[in-house]
Ligand binder design. Structure first.
Ligand code: HEC
Length: 209
C-alpha cells in the first residue's frame, strides 16, 4: 500500500487509530455502473415490451413444454374443442405464449387492443360464434390489417390461441373502444363426467393368484 492511502486519521477510539483507505476509483465506477445497469435491466425484463419480460419467458418455456405433448394430436377448431381447451390452464399456456409473441403487438398482452380490436368485450366485427375465431386467425381480416396466420403457425397453435382469445371475452378491459356488434355469449362448457368407480383403472380384477 502507498503512503498516501495509509494516511492516519485524526480520531482515536480507546487507543485504536484508523488509516484512511478509500475504496479505489474502479470500484466506485463499477458501483455506479451497476446502478445504471439495473435501471435498464428493470425496464427490459420487468416492464419490457411483449416477449421480453421474465414472466413472458416463463410462459414461453411452459408452452414449449406443453407442445411436447402434440405428438399426433390434431386439434380442430370446432366449438367443443375450443370450449374444452379454454378450460385447461396447462394448454392455455400455449395460447398465451402464442398471443404474447404474435398478437400482443396489435391487441395488447391483455387483449384490450391498440391497432387491433379489443378482444375482451362482447363486441365483434368478424365473429358471430366461437368457432369463427380460428377461421379469422387463419385467414386474417380487413385486407390484412389483421394478418393471416394460417401458414405461419402450427395448426394446433392456431386452435389454442383461438381458445385463449375466446377466454379473454368478458374481461372487459378498458382499451380500444368497442367495435362491431354484440354477439350471443359463448355456449356454456360442460366438463365431461368422470365416472369414478366404474372406470377406475385400479379395480383389482386380476389380483388374486
Ligand atoms: C398487425 C396487427 C395485428 C396482429 C399482429 C394481429 N391482429 Fe388480430 N386484428 C387486427 C385488426 C386490425 C383486427 C380488426 C379487423 C377488422 O377490422 O375487421 C383484428 C381482428 C382480430 C379478430 C377478430 C375480432 C373481431 O372483432 O372480429 C381476432 C379473433 C383476432 N384479431 C385475433 C388475433 C390473433 C389470435 C392474433 C395472433 C395470432 C392476431 N389477431 C394478430 C390486427 C392484428
Amino acid at each position: 500500500m502507498s503512503e498516501q492511502q495509509q494516511s492516519l486519521l485524526d480520531h482515536n477510539y480507546d487507543g485504536i487509530q484508523e488509516y484512511d483507505n478509500p475504496t479505489p476509483g474502479w470500484w466506485n465506477w463499477l458501483f455506479a455502473a451497476s446502478i445504471v445497469f439495473s435501471f435498464f435491466y428493470f425496464v427490459f425484463f420487468h416492464i419490457g415490451g411483449a416477449g421480453w419480460t421474465t414472466e413472458d419467458e416463463h410462459s414461453a418455456a411452459l408452452a414449449r413444454n406443453v407442445r411436447l405433448l402434440y405428438g399426433d394430436l390434431k386439434l380442430t377448431g370446432d366449438e367443443p374443442t375450443l370450449l374444452k381447451y379454454m378450460n385447461e390452464p396447462d394448454w392455455m399456456a400455449v395460447g398465451q405464449a402464442v398471443f404474447v409473441q404474435h398478437c400482443a403487438q396489435c391487441h395488447q398482452k391483455d387483449g384490450s387492443g391498440i391497432n387491433g380490436v379489443n378482444l375482451t368485450d362482447d363486441h365483434y366485427k368478424n365473429v358471430k360464434k366461437i368457432s369463427d375465431i380460428p377461421g379469422i386467425v387463419r385467414a386474417g381480416a380487413a385486407n390484412g390489417s389483421m394478418p393471416a396466420w394460417g401458414t405461419k403457425l402450427h395448426p394446433n397453435d392456431i386452435v389454442l390461441v383461438s381458445a385463449y382469445v375466446a377466454a379473454m371475452r368478458g374481461n372487459n378491459i378498458p382499451g380500444r373502444a368497442a367495435e362491431g356488434e354484440v354477439i350471443p355469449p359463448w355456449p356454456e362448457y360442460v366438463a365431461p363426467q368422470v365416472e369414478d368407480d366404474a372406470a377406475a383403472p385400479d379395480t383389482p380384477a386380476e389380483s388374486e393368484e
